[in-house]
Design a protein around this ligand. Structure first.
Ligand SMILES: *Cc1c(COP(=O)(O)O)cnc(C)c1O
Length: 386
């Protein structure tokens, strides 16, 4: 790095310094996106000088040796255990993010059930619609309840009408706007009660999957509850400088669709060829340092902040609310200056604050202060005057 910078022109070096300041400042005020930033990977920063590539299946040894497959397997193993997978029947890999993990889950489902229909609720993440389009699978959107959770009655009625077709469900454990959690065991029992033989449930647990096991009461989403595959994002709850994700699936299912490729000396089981080998290292490092206790403590801190945030906003007369156990506080849309400074995601007439593990009381207090002083924005108006 030193060498590279030495060769930069002063003006370019200045730009990097500026960019660093800007991104650090932006990071300070980010309470609207589920991105934890309380990580420190300096101990393993030296790995940035290596051309690591985790190409191929992490559970097979390929020909390229500059890789972190053993650590990647341990990361998958950690989540397989956390998600109560069968210890003899799990597989997975570290992806580029929750979206790719969802793509893999849907791909697996389609290969197993080529005649299936995908059902997902209207609160589902936008990546899912795109993935379904890419995979060219017929799909039906299910209504959501007011809290963002799937409307199970609508789900039941809809699959009843198509009961001759395999059912593929894309359930969400922690929707993007309201952090609502679809009940995987309820979904599974509806399918069972209708005696539909061919079915597959993929659970998109991008944010909440990393702390779902610590929720009290625990809500059904894991393998024992009925999921066939689960995806999470690595850069959300755990925190990672590079976007990353994890997909955990059943090995028996993956084996049915694997193809061997001689060029890399491994099975071509992943969506992309060359794969980031740094993220598995980062995730492994974070998991080893935190352990289950550390993960749990992070969730509890976030939860406390979310409770505090909800209570304070209510004191201010705002109609703030949370789903049970959620880190996300939903409020009516806030003025634009606030949305921009605090980077609050806004959809329709609601905004949200997500109390990730790095969010502090001081930070929230600053936000409340800004909110109190903010002027109500004018409704959309024409830019010109006559
Ligand atoms: C963030 C998110 C995703 C997408 O994950 P990326 O890591 O951004 O690709 C998918 N589903 C839900 C519910 C999410 O919150």
């Amino acid at each position: 790095m030193e060498q590279v910078l030495k060769s930069l022109k002063p003006a370019d070096r200045e730009r990097i310094t500026e960019l660093k300041k800007e991104t650090e400042n932006a990071s300070e005020f980010c309470i609207g996106y589920p991105v934890a930033r309380d990580f420190d990977y300096s101990e393993i920063a030296d790995f940035l000088s290596l051309a690591i590539n985790n190409i191929g299946d992490p559970f097979e040894e390929g020909t390229y040796k500059v890789e972190t497959h053993p650590l990647e397997r341990e990361v998958i193993g950690f989540f397989a255990k956390l998600f109560r997978a069968n210890p003899k029947d799990y597989w997975g890999y570290v992806t580029n993010g929750g979206s790719e993990s969802n793509l893999y889950g849907l791909y697996l489902a389609r290969e197993l059930h080529p005649k299936g229909i995908v059902y997902y609720s209207e609160s589902t993440h936008y990546s899912v619609k795109k993935n379904i389009h890419l995979l060219n699978i017929p799909s039906i959107v299910i209504r959501s309840q007011e809290n963002g959770e799937m409307d199970y009655e609508d789900f039941e009625n809809t699959i009843k009408m198509n009961r001759h077709k395999p059912v593929i469900v894309l359930a969400t454990f922690g929707t993007t706007m309201k952090e609502a959690k679809d009940d995987v065991s309820k979904i599974k029992s509806i399918i069972k009660n209708l005696a539909i033989q061919d079915h597959y449930i993929h659970c998109d647990a991008a944010l909440a999957g990393s702390f779902g096991a610590f929720m009290e009461p625990k809500l059904p989403f894991d393998f024992k509850d009925g999921s066939d595959s689960i995806s999470i994002s690595g850069h959300k709850f755990i925190g990672c400088p590079i976007p990353s994700g994890v997909i955990v699936a059943k090995k028996s299912n993956r084996d049915r669709i694997a193809h061997g490729i001689s060029y890399i000396g491994s099975s071509d089981t992943t969506i992309t060829g060359s794969r980031n080998g740094h993220s598995p290292l980062f995730l492994w490092y974070a998991l080893k340092k935190l352990g289950l206790e550390g993960m749990k403590a992070r969730y509890q801190h976030g939860l406390e902040m979310a409770k505090y945030c909800e209570a304070r906003l209510k004191d201010l007369g705002l109609n703030a609310w949370r789903n049970p156990g959620a880190l996300t506080v939903v409020i009516p849309k806030v003025p634009k200056t606030i949305r921009e400074k605090w980077q609050l995601a806004t959809e329709g007439d609601i905004s949200h604050i997500i109390c990730m593990p790095n969010v502090t009381k001081d930070q929230l207090d600053m936000f409340f202060e800004d909110l109190i002083n903010a002027k109500e924005e004018a409704e959309d108006d024409f830019e010109f005057d006559f």
